[in-house]
Design a protein around this ligand. Structure first.
Ligand SMILES: Nc1nc2c(ncn2[C@@H]2O[C@H](COP(=O)(O)OP(=O)(O)O)[C@@H](O)[C@H]2O)c(=O)[nH]1
Ligand SMILES: [Mg+2]
Length: 429
């Protein structure tokens, strides 16, 4: 089946560690430090690939990692940088942080190439640590850790005009008749499984993009069948062409069809239902006036036509009426703002600088616990526990770092004591 969403795991490259080494020269027992810097980790970059129109590739591969930076070397050798990873996506893909649902980037409009995770910086080598008092530094800075994120990808195609309607009403035939798109056309439902975009060219750089999406079936907005997955594609369209089989092929009742599609759009979203719409009555070439029955076109006009939703008669087979329809569409579009709906970025990667440093949590006596390690030392070093803000930060740290969970696993109770580097706290949830 067509994929218009996917969940993947992305990871930028770790920075290479700084190197520890010393110059070795003839007749010199121990030269100065000459350990070089680590290379930078690779970035994870998303890039729009024209012509790509599904997220299908992401179903087979779910993990994406950029290259790690290499460690620095002897003789001040700089470590090699890790390779950037470029992930290609169709235009209109929205990248979200899975945990929070926040938008990281909407790959549409100006956003053709976006760096989502930057690689870790390389650590500096021991050559930078020599001072007059420390001439043989045996330490270098480790590279920054990799950044990792699970992201949801969602494709909402970008088109000015979207076709909606039941399967087999002639949507694919219409887009074929008026654009460069060549979707499958068949007498049975569900032939169109991927959204197809076509350019309707009016010459002189004038024109618009039309999207053919799979037919909406009854109950689509409740997730029955395929329909609902596809309705989201027309959310960004400026105008909907609601295509109807006015000839009532295979016993369809066009009056019923219009009512059902209207309710499905309404149920999907208020916004979709309110989008400017044109009722396109297709297959007028095979319309047969039944003896004694009211003309279906007249019936539809009476029941559904309004100033906001005009009715057009066409035949996607004989092309009758298509010119007039397209000219009207152009006119309506020209009255609308040019921009497409894009989603602003709202997510920023929170980089926990000490996350790679270790700590330990232990029970030292009945009702007494001790937490220590470089990660705690570092945090206490930059946190002022006497200020309200500082203390709030400290409390969040205890939860976020997993310390609280570990204390609870060790059976801590309210009122117990927790010691950290000379501070002692009473534990409350
Ligand atoms: N007579 C007639 N048949 C049409 C017309 N448009 C489409 N069809 C036929 O209706 C069937 C479904 O068409 P298709 O474009 O695949 O419908 P979709 O499912 O809405 O994309 C095909 O057999 C088409 O040949 C039309 O204007 N007149
Ligand atoms: Mg189709």
């Amino acid at each position: 089946m067509f994929a218009d969403h996917a969940t993947i795991f992305i990871r930028s490259g770790k920075g290479g560690d700084g190197h520890v080494s010393f110059r070795r020269e003839l007749f010199v027992a121990a030269g100065g430090p000459d350990g070089g810097d680590g290379g930078k980790g690779g970035d994870v970059i998303f890039q729009v690939e024209s012509g790509m129109n599904t997220l299908g590739d992401f179903r087979h591969k779910r993990k994406y990692s950029a290259g790690d930076g290499e460690e620095g070397g002897k003789r001040k050798m700089h470590g090699k940088s890790g390779e950037d990873l470029v992930i290609r996506v169709p235009e209109g893909t929205i990248i979200r942080d899975k945990a929070s649902g926040k938008v990281i980037a909407d790959m549409s409009g100006e956003n053709r190439r976006v760096t989502v995770l930057t690689g870790g910086k390389g650590g500096v080598g021991n050559m930078h640590f020599a001072t007059s008092t420390m001439q043989v530094p045996k330490y270098a800075k480790p590279g920054q850790p990799a950044k990792e994120l699970t992201v949801d990808l969602e494709l909402k195609v970008i088109a000015d005009v979207g076709l909606v309607g039941f399967p087999s009403v002639g949507k694919s035939s219409l887009i074929t008749a008026c654009s460069n798109a060549r979707p499958e056309i068949a007498a049975y439902p569900f032939t169109t499984l991927t959204p197809v975009l076509g350019v309707v060219d009016f010459g002189d750089g004038q024109g618009f993009v039309m999207a053919d999406i799979p037919g909406v079936i009854e109950g689509a907005s409740e997730g029955i069948g395929l329909g609902i997955d596809f309705l989201r594609h027309v959310e960004r369209c400026k105008l909907l062409l609601h295509v109807v089989d006015v000839a009532g092929t295979d016993g369809r009742d066009p009056m019923d069809d219009i009512r059902v599609i209207d309710t499905e759009l309404q149920k999907f979203s208020e916004e979709l239902a309110k989008k400017p719409q044109i009722l396109v009555l297709n297959k007028i070439d095979s319309l047969q006036a039944e003896e004694g029955e009211e003309d279906p076109v007249e019936k539809i006009r009476k029941a559904y036509e309004t100033d906001e939703r005009p009715v057009f008669l066409i035949s996607a087979v004989t092309h009758e009426g298509i010119r007039e329809l397209l000219q009207y569409v152009m006119k309506r579009l020209s009255e609308m703002p040019r921009e497409i709906t894009t989603y602003p970025a709202e997510f920023e990667y929170e980089y926990d600088k000490g996350a790679d440093l270790p700590f330990t949590v232990e029970k030292t006596a009945e009702g007494e616990f001790k937490v220590e390690g470089p990660r705690i030392e570092k945090m206490l070093g930059y946190t002022n526990l006497d200020s309200e803000k500082g203390f709030q930060f400290f409390q969040q740290f205890i939860v976020k770092s997993g310390i609280q969970k570990q204390l609870e696993d060790l059976g801590i109770e309210e009122g117990d004591t927790v010691r950290m580097y000379g501070h002692s706290f009473e534990f409350y949830r």
